[in-house]
Write a protein that binds this ligand. Sequence first.
Ligand code: TXA
Ligand code: MG
Length: 337
Amino acid sequence: MSARIIHGEEGIRDSVELLRQGGVVGLPTETVYGLAGNAFDPKAIARIFEAKGRPLTDPLIVHLPEASWIERVVRFSSLEQREMVKRLAEAFWPGPMTLLLPKHPELPDLVTAGLGQVAVRVTAHPLFQKVLSRLNSPLAAPSANRFGRISPTSADDVRLELGDSIDLILDGGPCEHGVESTIVSIQGNHLEILRPGPITEEQLKEYGHVVSPGGIVNTPGSLPGHYAPKKRLKIIDSDIMSFPAKTRIGLMAFHTSVKEILGEFTSVELLSASGDLKEAAANFYGALRRLDESDVDLILAEPVPEEGIGVAIMDRLRRASYGSYHGTGHQDSNSPA
Ligand code: TXA
Ligand code: MG
């Protein structure tokens, strides 16, 4: 784990320097940490895919410091589309919303995996914004984890995931939201949520007719088995669950109720003592990572209410549990690693 964790003004300077030379850097956003490279430098983009072990068919999100940069990476197909983006940008940027829009021809095809659309967002994190402005180029940045694994919400988590394959991580403290941005595809005045996140269906409804797919959607790369721990994970449901004697179980509790009912666990993580969904989201990936590293055979997760950011938490929990129900969720599996 050789990656250096850097801070503050000096950290910003070193990050910009490395990015100028075509390097990649772990950077904080308000959702999860990203692994950033210059979006217009195909060598840097290739390094991102390599460091993550990510297939080249899975496109990257492009980050901008402000909405006024959008036409560097997007070519609008109609005035109507430009107007819709303007309204959404005024409401939700900078912030955890990613929009799928027609790609600018000069943006390297590697970024979008050859697709005609690019995913763009304006991050609210001041350190990321400063790096973007000083570099004066958009940055492509997927979450800074090995492909298919748990997204990092702290600089230390990035080092655990990618410490061997990158040089620098800029420390911006723990991430505010803790789950990835909401991905929205725009068709006329229809807004389709491709990945639920901190910006909710309720919030988007004011701006268009929202199509929110039930169940798990497959955008390229949004595989059902994503965000997966190495351990088996089950979501607690109303069925009676029984496990072989001596199964060592780790519990991810939403709030205190389940802990009292279920008794003995090898380890317990509590997402929010007061049952606050935003707090639960911010703690979610860290708790999952600690349970995964603890000495348990199985992780049991208490479901959270599917409202607000709870929709995103349940989406990630279902993906994390997918392999456990389909026999592909273990270390020796063929699920994304
Ligand atoms: O909050 C976030 O969005 C974080 C931070 C770092 O910005 N980023 C993130 O990136 O979650 P990533 O690459 O881990 O997830 C992006 C998802 C992937 O499932 C990818 O397949 C999809 O967005 N995506 C990206 N570009 C796309 C495109 N042009 N068309 C369809 N899906 C796209
Ligand atoms: Mg990711």
